[in-house]
Write a protein that binds this ligand. Structure first.
Ligand SMILES: [Zn+2]
Length: 603
């Protein structure tokens, strides 16, 4: 991701990854996770080519909105992608056959593709087109069809392209290809394109809802390298000096289709699900750390079991739970999660990065935001899963310790949801009014407040409905869902039988947190919510008076309680209310000052 301005000295710019560990004393931040604005970080490059490469157009650099009406005339049925990866020249040769159902009569086909990967041939329904029939001035390939295809018809286009794909400056945050080497000098290659989108290396519909129904991915690599991929391995063919790995994946998220090349070893196993199915487990790792690899692999079934018990069936049980070691931190590549956490230990007893990325199989891949404006649906839920997992493993202290770290790095500069279509980068970029890291931390903390407000059953019922579109998911009875914030608000109302839009309007659509004004006069405690725009906020407040806990209803945003003058009073004794708290604001300000002073001293 493009480096964004961290709210605090210890906050880092993150793409798919949560900042929970960034400020933690017990967990060292990732290797390059210092201030994202530091020149040292900006100069990190995986290859000398990354400095010299041609720039991306604005269209290619962003993923998402606006999608031209002409592109919406078709539904993406199938992508057959043949990609030959050449580590020696840091280039690819691609041939993509894309099949569409025509929803509205069309005489053009528009697919997104980085113009730095020139197209050499296009054919439609097997018929080669003259070069004059296509153009790609700004990263959206426009193909003039030989004749219009009527609504209800089918359309198949084959596009031959190739060149040097964009090199990531700092994957996964500033994405592209990562051309790296193992310690013994063998090629180690990966792709991570969440921010910029699929169009960095294949012709696609670069929108969150642009998923093809099915993808066949053929990756050709020099021997003896392997190419782990999305979905199921259909076969490996041998062409002499190269081998081609054929993978097939159903409904892959556009940015989750990935290229992984390296001298991989494989650990394999099986997981017997509580839903009766058996899920293949695969971990592709770089040789040299077998014991650590085995330890990480041993975590897979525990993570699966937790998610299946709390959320529901693993969405891709008939494909695999797959993980591949990558030369960058991590990314939620569907059924082939990227892992680059170097087997770090942090006192949590589990690999938080793997657990976070794996949670995206539910929150991101099975349930996908309809527009990037709703991206907290991916990251807020995914970030909450680490403290919940920590509590399952080790109890309340682990859970609350995690929440404290999240709370301390909430920025509250802009609303989490704007209500307008936005690109992925605009959401991440808090200098452009985006919520930035709040989609993770504020999203997760808001959800923990909701959890307490509506109770355990309604909370998990709402998640199941959100993720699967039904209350009783079982393997084979659900399909991927595109979701909006409004969908989740409607679902929460539906499962609780209450009208709770006031809750989301304040936490998601306002930048500032609600503040609780507390006054004690004699033997009366007065409580009043203060909310931007005086929006309704009837959030009940628990108050502990000596040994007894009372709940103040706050029906119209205020309430009072009789307390003996000498009683000890604690507001919100179970720490469930996400609210403006001076102690945290003061701490954040102090941290900012410390950082500025350190910076000044370095000059
Ligand atoms: Zn994430």
């Amino acid at each position: 991701m493009r480096p964004s301005l961290p709210a605090l000295g210890f906050a880092i710019a993150l793409s798919c990854m949560p900042p929970a560990q960034a400020g933690s004393a017990t967990a060292p931040p990732p290797a390059h996770a210092s201030s994202a604005t530091s020149p040292a970080v900006l100069s990190v490059g995986r290859s000398a080519d990354s400095k010299a490469q041609p720039p991306l157009t604005a269209l290619t650099k962003d993923s998402g909105t606006p999608e031209p009406a002409e592109q919406k005339r078709v539904h993406f049925d199938h992508a057959e992608l043949h990609i030959a990866v050449h580590p020696d020249t840091q280039s690819i040769d691609g041939k993509a056959t894309l099949d569409f159902s025509v929803l509205e009569t069309t005489d053009v086909l528009l697919v997104d593709l980085d113009r730095n990967l020139p197209v050499s041939a296009v054919s439609v329904d097997g018929q080669p087109l003259p070069a004059s029939a296509w153009r790609n001035p700004e990263g959206r390939l426009r193909i003039q069809l030989p004749h219009a295809v009527a609504k209800g018809g089918k359309l198949s286009a084959t596009i031959v392209y190739g060149g040097k794909p964009h090199v990531a400056k700092m994957a996964p945050w500033d994405g592209g290809f990562v051309w790296s080497h193992t310690k013994d000098g063998q090629p180690w290659v990966g792709s991570a394109v969440e921010g910029e989108g699929c169009d960095l290396f294949w012709p696609c519909v670069d929108q969150p809802d642009g998923k093809p129904d099915l993808v066949d991915l053929y990756v050709t690599v020099p021997k003896p390298l392997a190419a782990p991929g999305n979905g199921v391995l259909i076969g490996v063919s041998d062409e002499g000096n190269t081998r081609t790995w054929h993978w097939r994946a159903k409904h892959p998220t556009t940015y989750a289709i990935s290229i992984n090349v390296g001298p991989y070893q494989e650990l394999k196993g099986e997981y017997k699900s509580r839903y009766g199915n058996t899920i293949p487990l695969q971990y592709w790792y770089i040789a040299g750390e077998e014991e650590k690899a085995k330890q990480l692999f041993a975590e897979f079934p525990h993570m699966l079991d937790f998610f299946e018990a709390k959320i529901g069936p693993y969405p891709w049980g008939d494909e695999k739970m797959g993980v591949v070691e990558t030369p960058y931190e991590g990314m939620e590549h569907q059924t082939i999660n990227a892992y680059g956490n170097h087997y770090a230990k942090d006192g949590n007893g589990f690999d938080w990065l793997l657990q976070h990325e794996f949670s995206h199989e539910w929150f991101g891949n099975q349930m996908t935001n309809a527009n990037w404006d709703d991206m907290w649906l991916h990251e807020g839920f995914a970030t909450l899963m680490q403290p919940l997992y920590a509590r399952y493993l080790d109890g309340d202290a682990a859970y609350y310790a995690w929440l404290v770290r999240l709370r301390e790095i909430i920025g509250n500069r802009y609303p989490v949801v704007s209500g307008q279509p936005r690109t992925e980068e605009a959401v991440y970029d808090d200098s452009r009014g985006g919520p930035g890291q709040d989609i993770y931390n504020k999203g997760a903390m808001m959800l923990q407040t909701l959890h307490h407000l509506i109770g355990d059953k309604a909370f998990y019922d709402s998640i199941r409905e959100l993720v699967y579109g039904r209350p009783d998911p079982k393997p084979g009875n659900f399909v991927p869902q595109y979701r909006t914030t409004a969908d989740y608000m409607r679902i929460v109302d539906q499962v609780t039988g209450k009208k709770l839009d006031w809750f989301f309007k304040v936490y998601l659509y306002q930048a500032a947190l609600p503040k609780l004004d507390v006054q004690r006069h004699g033997d009366t405690l007065d409580l009043r919510w203060q909310v931007t725009g005086d929006l309704p906020f009837p959030m009940p407040v628990e108050v502990q008076v000596d040994d007894a806990v009372h709940t103040v209803a706050m029906a119209d945003g205020h309430g009072s309680l009789a307390v003996p003058a000498d009683a000890l009073v604690t507001i919100d004794p179970h720490s469930v209310l996400l609210r403006d708290e001076p102690r945290i604001t003061e701490y954040q300000q102090w941290m900012r000052q410390q950082r500025a002073q350190r910076k000044a001293a370095q000059k």
